[in-house]
Design a protein around this ligand. Structure first.
Ligand code: SR1
Ligand code: MG
Length: 418
């Protein structure tokens, strides 16, 4: 057997031949199935295959970057890392993931639950919708997946084995190393920005020594700080929502890295959504409650993360670092609390720096966000983007100066009003 990329016809034959899916689909006959390709991400094929009894999603890696074409090859083994990340996350936080049905390493595909009526969070944020459970769900997901894959919880041998497994996700890490931390800061051929409106800010960024130093420092942390198994690409396009439910999808960039990278990616995308709001309404003031909700969601995600992490620290701490036995009497419990707060302080600084880097790359690098791209009036789009760029740069450069998460909301409001 060798790899083949499926299309809407051949994927039906493939799915029909997988006996474990028959009951779910209500048929084993390809002729009774319907398939459509719905992938709108940068890398993969995504099919929805429906039978008389139900539907599944088939996500298949292509041997190249879909966004760019076959001039940019990309290994199929990313499906293996995605599967391994999903199965590990499922042991930590199954409620926030799609159900997992089948993995085929040869065809680099995963068959999973068809989430309905779920929709991609980014699209809902653009439409001005709000989700009351989002911060609670995301903060808990982040704390549980990050804490439980770290040295604070896992046995040392297991953590080292997992680090070794995911260390081979080299090419996807290289995408992040280049596209997030490097290319936005020089005249890289694939960079894009709203021209000519953003030419000035882009040129300034390339001459901005402090921003470049900040980006290099965050890159170094990204490559060296192997704290936890990360999702690795936790933007608002990797989250699906309903009014009551939240699911996290697509961890193909998974590897052992700094906890603040996942949290910063999510928060940075909320701030991008915040600055994009004024591009989406004839009367921007109608978006005030939504804008404020985006900032509150960023604040609450961090609060829920840190509170849940603290609870896990008290209840589940068991790895090689800070074992419970070190803190048996009351004084030592104080020591454990001090250690926890020092650790979270460091995570927060990373969150701020990574959020900034993630914002900058989506404005002047190769891969942009629909929040901004869907603003048709280019002057208006550029105004939103320039403010977001200013915030991203501030977070990157001054990441040590923010006392708490509320300082980030204040900065966002101040820059928006300028
Ligand atoms: C070439 S891939 C561009 C981006 O898409 C993914 O979602 C990652 O964020 C990557 O950096
Ligand atoms: Mg993705």
């Amino acid at each position: 057997r060798s790899y083949r990329a499926f299309d809407v016809d051949s994927v039906k034959d493939y799915v029909a031949a997988q006996g474990e899916l028959t009951e779910r689909l209500g048929t084993a006959a390809a002729g009774e199935l319907r398939a459509r390709e719905v992938g709108d991400g940068n890398l993969n094929l995504v099919f929805i295959v429906e039978g008389p009894g139900g539907a599944v999603v088939v996500k298949q890696a292509l041997p190249y970057v879909r966004l760019v074409g076959d001039s940019w090859p990309l290994p199929l083994k990313r499906a293996y890392f995605e599967w391994n990340a999903l199965t590990r996350q499922a042991t930590h936080q199954p409620q926030r993931l799609p159900g997992l049905f089948h993995f085929d390493p040869v065809n680099a595909l995963i068959v999973m639950e068809y989430l309905t009526p779920h929709v991609i969070l980014r699209k809902e944020l653009i439409a001005g919708k709000r989700f009351g459970h989002l911060a609670e769900h995301m903060g808990t997901f982040l704390a549980e997946t990050l804490f439980r894959s770290s040295d604070f919880c896992l046995a040392a041998a297991k953590k080292k084995a997992d680090m070794a497994l995911f260390a081979d996700n080299v090419e996807l890490c290289a995408i992040t190393e280049n596209l997030v931390f490097t290319e936005p800061y020089f005249d890289a051929p694939l960079n894009r920005w709203t021209r000519p409106q953003l030419d000035g800010p882009v040129l300034s960024l390339r001459r901005d020594r402090a921003a470049k130093v900040g980006a290099q420092e965050m890159l170094y942390r990204f490559t060296t700080k192997s704290e936890a198994l990360l999702h690795g690409d936790l933007h608002t396009g990797s989250v699906m929502v309903t009014a009551t439910d939240t699911r996290v999808i697509d961890p193909e960039f998974a590897f052992y890295g700094p906890m603040g990278f996942d949290i910063g990616a999510f928060l940075g995308n909320l701030y991008l959504a915040y600055f994009a709001q004024e591009g989406h309404e004839a009367y921007p003031d109608q978006r005030v409650p939504h804008r404020e909700w985006l900032l509150e969601t960023a604040e609450s995600t961090w609060s829920v993360f840190s509170e849940t992490f603290a609870r896990l620290w008290r209840e589940e701490r068991g790895g090689i670092l800070y074992p419970r036995t070190l803190y048996e009497d009351a004084n030592d419990e104080t020591g454990a609390t001090i250690a926890l707060h020092r650790f979270l302080h460091g995570v927060f600084e990373d969150v701020v720096g990574f959020a900034g880097a993630k914002m900058v790359r989506r404005l002047v690098g190769l891969a942009h966000v629909e929040d901004m791209e869907s603003i048709e009036d280019l002057d208006r789009r550029a105004t939103c983007e320039a403010k977001a760029l200013l915030m991203g740069r501030e977070l990157l450069v001054n990441r040590t100066t923010f006392g708490d998460i509320y300082g980030l909301s204040c900065l966002a409001r101040a820059i928006r009003r300028e």
